[in-house]
Design a protein around this ligand. Structure first.
Ligand code: AN7
Length: 361
């Protein structure tokens, strides 16, 4: 092992899970040391729901979202195949991640974003990493069609989750959860947009089960925003609307595999309103001290809704471990935190004034 490899204890998901991934000794490893994210016990959510709730904090990844797990593999395999250029469509996080790994690999990267519909932090990341941005007059679903066509007609590699290496890499999140908990949880809650992540977690849990790392499989519980809920409604949504811009998706690329994950696991895919998403977003930061972007709160909003309805699902979770993936860092889209907080107080630089406002005696 070289000194460079020894300089860090966590080596990124390809090295940490090499035996479980489709790589060989010929595969160049393009990594930013992604993965190894915290599985954080959430005492208040546990109290509210009667379950033992843990948060898989994916905002702790190098570009601030779970996308890095799949991107390290997709970009490594693209380099192995001799690719010079990457393309993706994105609501923002895929773009930020693709741009970062492309830079690390010395490839060019083009990202297609729905015009004026992506959070500022994510656009800033893609620009900072030197990607070429195309703002498309249309939805992210239109962007995916365009990106797919570009990859079919020109020599660029598509790194959306239709690229199977993306899903294969993202499976490592479930493998980590099983290692961290010592077993699979009773249920796994997460947001659903393009539905790659619910597909990947289910594949990862099945893999952990086959490897004998866990004797049980969790119920997969995915949540779409009510205004962008094609899987729940079982029909395309042409003009999806939600404050959770990351999951403003009307035609999920991994639709059928998400339905399979739901059905094979005895789980559910349901909708949560923007109000529920923002309430869960606020609760996560103000009570659990975990600052996420709005889309990331959809799974937690779903868990709270299930617990509140106190039906058969809530009973099944009582006393059992539940994992909620919080998918992206709050700094990417801080506007909603500022809106939800009380207004800040402006004062002159005077200690007595400051003490009075803070009611210090
Ligand atoms: C924070 O970046 O689709 O159901 O283009 O950024 O696997 O799509 C992002 C999706 C959840 C939904 N949480 O995951 C993109 C993109 C956050 C996200 C999702 C996304 P999937």
């Amino acid at each position: 092992m070289s000194d460079i490899a020894l300089a860090t204890s966590w080596r990124g998901v390809i090295e940490e899970f090499r035996d479980q991934l489709p790589v060989t000794t010929d595969t160049p490893v393009i990594t930013l040391c992604e993965g190894g994210t915290p599985l954080l016990y959430a005492p208040h959510l546990s109290e509210l729901t009667g379950a033992q709730v843990y948060l898989k904090v994916e905002g702790a990844n190098p570009t601030g979202s779970f996308k890095d797990r799949g991107m390290t593999l997709a970009v490594s395999k693209a380099v192995e195949a001799g690719s010079q250029a990457l393309v993706c469509s994105s609501t923002g996080n895929t773009a930020a991640s693709a741009a970062a790994y492309a830079t690390r690999a010395g490839l060019t990267c083009a990202v297609l974003l729905p015009r004026a519909a992506v959070a500022a932090g994510k656009v800033a990341q893609a620009l900072a990493f030197g990607a070429t941005l195309l703002e498309v007059e249309g939805s992210v679903d239109d962007c995916l069609v365009l990106a797919t066509q570009l990859s079919e007609k020109y020599s660029v590699t598509l790194v959306n989750s239709v690229n199977p290496y993306r899903i294969a890499g993202q499976r490592t999140a479930a493998l980590e959860v099983v290692e961290q908990l010592g077993t699979a949880p009773a249920a796994h809650f997460l947001p659903v947009g393009g539905a790659g992540n619910i597909t990947a977690y289910w594949a990862g849990y099945r893999q952990a089960h086959e490897l004998g790392w866990s004797t049980r499989l969790p119920m997969m519980c995915g949540f779409q925003a009510a205004g962008a809920a094609p899987i729940v409604r079982d029909e395309l949504v042409v003009n999806p609307q939600t404050v959770a811009s990351a999951i403003r998706i009307g035609n999920p690329a991994s639709w059928s595999s998400a339905v399979a994950a739901r059905d094979e696991s005895g789980g559910l895919i349901a909708a949560v309103s923007d109000e529920q998403i923002l309430a869960a977003h606020r609760l996560l930061s103000s009570v659990e001290a975990v600052f996420v972007e709005p889309a990331s709160a959809a799974g937690v909003a779903g868990l709270l809704a299930v617990a509140e309805a106190s039906g058969a699902t809530a009973e099944r979770l009582r006393g059992h471990s539940v994992v909620c993936t919080v998918t992206g860092n709050g700094l990417k889209d801080p506007e909603w935190a500022v809106r939800a907080a009380p207004p800040s107080v402006v004062i002159a630089a005077d200690v007595q004034l400051a003490a009075n406002v803070l009611t210090l005696h």
